[in-house]
Write a protein that binds this ligand. Sequence first.
Ligand code: E4P
Length: 217
Amino acid sequence: MKIFLDTANLEEIRQGVEWGIVDGVTTNPTLIAKEGADFEKRIKEICELVQGPVSAEVISLNWEGMVEEARKLASIDDHVVVKIPMTPDGIKAVKILSAEGIRTNVTLVFSANQALLAAKAGATYVSPFIGRIDDNGNDGIKLLEEIMQIFVNYGFETEVIAASIRHPMHVVEAALIGVDIATVPFEVLKKMFTHPLTDVGIKRFLQDWESYKASKK
Ligand code: E4P
């Protein structure tokens, strides 16, 4: 499974890349705004840190505007993948961009039909927002299962990004059903490393080693 960081924070990205387990980054307008950064400059900075896809989202709502923005974003860096919202105009834009060789990530996907349409249009990635689905009283993991099955049934090459991840078990459940990518907030990534028994185990090994050394003096 590939792991993307869902952030526009350079320190978080730098740390994740240093750990050697970050395959890409996803951003969205909320994440960029949170950083108070210039959009295009920040996307370029992220691309310089990450040797993998970096999603940058369009703001336009009509397909003409989306296509124009997408071409501009794609020219920032080879790593850029253009995030397009899941609407009829978005799907039309994806079809055009895909024919031009511009990679797309169809975002705000909340149903299997939306994922199916995005794949048919040639999206490189689809991003089902599983946390927001759970927040709304439905089952985000079940949606991932449906999308994975549909993509297998028809041999779609579109990769599935489990997005809007809230906790480490979301990543485990997505991995168990073979989802291609999980895009995780930095706080979730940190939690994926930890287990209380690991800490207890390290402490005990060190104590035992110190006792052994003291007994040899
Ligand atoms: C994915 O690409 C989105 O940026 C993100 O996962 C949205 O997550 P949220 O529901 O926590 O805002």
